[in-house]
Design a protein around this ligand. Structure first.
Ligand code: NAD
Length: 508
């Protein structure tokens, strides 16, 4: 195996008992109506991490009824923005006070490095704070230019009961991209975390109690998509579904929600290119490419899993990325030095490897890695940092989400070719451009079909800046002001403020 910076198992304290996850329904922690539970084993350590109530239709139904009743009671939907903001700010403080215990569970369930989990949990507190600021400052419009004696007022009402379905790759972060914004708008919610990573969502439920959130405003149901998720997307009492996950499930949810015409917001997959022009700062680009492909073990909607590099510099860029890849610390997620952890499941590791094998069969070359690896002292599954060059645009590895630490290298000669390759994808989540020429960057940014374009950087994000995809990467936006807007229903009030209206029925 290639020389790598491998971090062997560390002697870290893994809790002796599993974390117990129950449903949160109408302000009570409940077992499943069936009494069934399921276990989550750590993908890196092979140990038991959590035991969760296995929800089914009856549990989802009870949670939806609780959310509906809470919404209709006005206990949250009709209080002031100041009152909502006060609770959201308390939650932010509580999250910060619980970073260590939440980060440990996040790492054990997902296999991501502990330093990253800490950053995601504490960073999420800032999303709660930003949403709190919006709760107090959001407003509608008024129109006093409609003619004599007319006033038009456009108000923003909370949309109602929102189902939130989240994935395993950023369990707490993605929840925090949705929940505080829905709450700021005045909505009530039913949340279903991924069956693989329930714990930090349940921990948040505990913090919400402590912060004084009224019962029934936030409900959590644990379990699988086919049982719990399908009720959450079809139930008459749900007004909106916000989903983050795979494009295939997103399409199924959109179809399921259409029977009751719910609003659907979708954050789906991506096949995100970083495009490197010949005048780029190659050292910075190579570093960002290395980060973009290995962050979260490549199990990231924003993974820059393909790079499109000008032919004149491709050798230099690949050589540098390979050198840097060997220095990235892969291994035990509980070691604070580790930058890249485990693969979420054995099946997923097999899927990653199938993409690499297929590309080689079709003529691509492996410049680094190319297979599973073991980490001394750990039972879980890991994949080598992998760089595949000579990839052509028709290959599956160039078009589909590999969702692993695997970089595909494609080349271009002209701006038109770079843009065509970028846009030759069913996805349109994000893209990046590297050049020292502002005109090159601007031309690329305006022509790229993507929800976000990064210029001479990769994956910087801020609560103020909305995020989302075009084409099959999704619909709607999260975070920022536009992320809040998703949770509103717009209502127009038309008022005659004098008695000047000519009668429609002619006087006798
Ligand atoms: P997934 O689609 O398999 O599952 C996501 C969630 O949907 C889970 O909670 C699952 O239980 C639930 N689910 C499954 N079937 C369902 C159904 N029929 N009805 C309702 N719910 C159902 O995705 P995953 O494997 O957990 O996550 C990885 C995917 O998420 C990748 O494709 C990745 O690109 C995407 N993702 C996108 C973003 C983004 O912001 N665009 C962010 C993170 C992850």
């Amino acid at each position: 195996m290639t020389e790598l910076n491998l971090i062997s198992a560390v002697d870290a304290a893994i809790p002796a008992e599993p974390f117990i996850c129950r449903h949160l329904i109408a302000g009570e922690w409940r077992d499943s109506a069936s009494g069934e539970t399921y276990d989550r084993m750590s993908p890196a350590h092979g140990c038991l991490v959590s035991r969760a109530a296995l929800g089914a239709e009856a549990d989802a139904e009870a949670a939806i009824v609780a959310a509906r009743e809470a919404f209709d009671s006005g206990v949250w939907s009709r209080i002031s923005g100041k009152e909502r903001a006060t609770i959201l700010l308390r939650v932010a403080d509580l999250i910060e006070g619980n970073v260590e215990r939440m980060a440990l569970l996040e790492t054990l369930e997902s296999g991501k490095p502990i330093s990253q989990s800490r950053a995601e949990v504490s960073g999420a507190a800032d999303l709660w704070r930003y949403a709190a600021s919006l709760a107090r400052t959001m407003h509608g419009d008024s129109h006093n230019t409609l003619g004599p004696d007319m006033l038009g007022v456009v108000v923003k009402d909370p949309i109602g009961v929102v189902s939130m379905i989240t994935p395993w790759n950023f369990p707490f972060w993605i929840l925090s991209q949705k929940l505080p914004f829905a709450l700021a708008a005045g909505c009530t919610t039913v949340i279903k975390p991924s069956e693989l990573t329930p714990s930090t969502t349940v921990m948040l439920g505990e913090l919400l109690f402590e912060a004084g959130m009224p019962a029934g405003v936030v409900n959590i149901v644990l379990g699988y998509g086919a049982s719990v998720g399908s009720v959450m997307t079809t139930h008459e009492a749900v007004d909106m579904v916000t989903f983050t996950g795979s494009t295939a499930v997103g399409k199924a949810i959109s179809a399921a929600a259409s029977s009751t015409l719910k609003k659907v917001a979708l954050e789906l997959g991506g096949k995100n290119p970083q495009v490197v022009f010949p005048d780029a700062d190659i050292e910075s680009a190579a570093d960002a490419i290395t980060f973009g492909v290995y962050f979260n073990t490549g199990q990231c909607c924003n993974s820059s899993s393909r790079i499109i590099v000008h032919e004149d510099i491709v050798d230099e860029v690949v050589e540098r990325v390979v050198e840097l890849s060997k220095r990235v610390a892969f291994g035990d997620p509980l070691d604070p030095r580790t930058q890249v952890g485990a693969i979420i499941s054995v099946q997923h590791q097999g899927k990653i490897d199938d993409y690499v094998r297929a590309a080689v069969t079709e003529g691509a070359e492996i410049a680094l890695g190319g297979g599973p690896m073991t980490v001394p002292g750990l039972e879980g599954q890991f994949y080598q940092p992998t760089v595949v060059r000579g990839v052509s645009p028709e290959m599956a590895i160039a078009r589909e989400e590999v969702f692993g630490p695997v970089l595909s290298v494609l080349t271009f000669r002209t701006m038109d070719e770079a843009v065509a390759l970028t846009n030759d994808a069913s996805y349109g989540l994000s893209a990046g451009v590297w050049s020292e020429n502002v005109h090159t960057c601007l031309e690329f940014s305006t022509r790229a079909q993507a929800g976000t374009v990064w210029t001479n950087t990769w994956m910087d994000g801020f609560p103020e800046l909305s995020f989302g995809g075009v084409k099959q990467s999704g619909q709607g936006r999260e975070i920022g002001r536009y992320g809040l807007e998703e949770f509103f229903e717009i209502k127009t009030l038309v008022m005659r403020i004098g008695r000047t209206r000519e009668p429609w029925v002619r006087p006798e």
